[in-house]
Design a binder for this molecule. Sequence first.
Ligand code: HPA
Length: 276
Amino acid sequence: MGEVYKKLMRCHENVRKKTDFVPKVAIVLGSGLGDYAEDVRVAYELSYSELENFPISTVPGHAGKFIFGFVDDIPVACMKGRVHYYEGYPVSDVVLPIRLLKLMGAEILFLTNAAGGVNTSFHAGDLMMIKDHISAFAPNPLIGPNIEELGVRFPDMSSVYDRELQKLLVRTAKENHIYLQEGVYAQMTGPSYESPAEIRMLRSLGCDAVGMSTVVEAIAARHMGMKICGVSCISNLAAGMSANPLSHREVQEAADMAAPNFKKLVTEAVKGMAEI
Ligand code: HPA
């Protein structure tokens, strides 16, 4: 058994010593959704620090814990805080929590993040449904010996973001009068924001939004056969698109402003996942 799988198994055993909760939907809470758990009927909270060798975020505003509970009657596992590749963790650690949630029973993965808008028609505060991604600038989390217990060596990525879940998101946004952009998300490693030339490159490659997370998680989840959807909160226009330099504070503030709609969209869409 390889080291990555061994570590995952140990984490799974440790979680199971603490809770027998079986989530249907795993939700990764990005910037702007930090306090989303207020909308969740909490059954059990588990700090990442309670799990031996579990990757813990070092980013301000990304306190780390799992929140297990219910949205309506749907069992969900929320990740409040994720670790990023730029923090220095191996990418296998970055995706470990996602793999763990699948092992716990989660069939659906709902990814959220704050992202820079690359598409010139986007505005700060917009929400964007992720239709596809570009992983070429981030390390692939499946590099290394394939973990046969989790999935195949060469997994298909032709429809990472589930069609049915996309339809559900579009319908939910419409019903709740939430404006929802759509587009392609690219993951860069960070932690520096992109240069204006890099943003022009990404735009010419067909990218609509850019961030420092999400794609590696989607690849690991797809490898394990999860159904995936994702929404980005466009917290800023990407580098070179506005007169202002980018700052983490600005990103956080814009994400906080979009939070009420973001939360509503997540909650109402999760309710619709009962049938999926
Ligand atoms: N670039 C990369 N990551 C981000 C950005 C950005 O402009 N905004 C929020 N996360």
